[in-house]
Design a binder for this molecule. Structure first.
Ligand code: I3P
Length: 125
């Protein structure tokens, strides 16, 4: 049951709005700059767009989007790195750190699970 559930989650593309800030670039600390971002989980990537319109426009024009490669990434909840609630951190293999957040508890829980399952499945391939 658990495995089937995981497979379903892993094959699920997910998209929606989350607040995002990058806090480290290859280990170098960055100043926080939260912004509402249209996030798309697509296979092994987490892609970032200004909004759903930009996603459509980029698909049409073939413009490359900003994304995180989830191979070798880590994900964890954090209470210390922000005064906001529902914050989780993704650390990429290259040492970039991102915080993602939403006021909506269920939204954040879903994103956390689906990203964690994707990372786990990539680790075993
Ligand atoms: C930051 C801004 C961020 C806040 C951050 C502040 O100030 O208020 O929203 O992060 O807190 O430094 P500024 O706009 O002057 O850069 P949170 O919303 O995540 O708490 P921090 O310094 O504790 O990271």
């Amino acid at each position: 049951d658990n495995l089937i559930h995981k497979v379903l989650l892993v094959n699920q593309n997910k998209e929606g709005i989350l607040n995002k800030t990058k806090i480290s670039d290859r280990g170098k600390k960055l100043r926080k700059n939260w912004s509402a971002t249209y996030v798309v989980l697509c296979k092994e990537r987490l892609e970032f767009y200004k909004d759903a319109k930009e996603l459509t426009a980029n698909l049409k024009s073939g413009t490359k989007s900003e994304y995180i490669d989830l191979h070798g990434a880590q994900i964890e909840w954090t209470n210390e790195k922000s005064s906001r609630k529902n914050v989780f951190q993704i650390t990429t293999e290259s040492g970039n750190e991102f915080l993602l957040q939403s006021e909506a508890d269920i939204t954040v829980q879903e994103w956390f699970s689906v990203i964690r399952n994707t990372i786990d499945s990539l680790g075993t391939v």
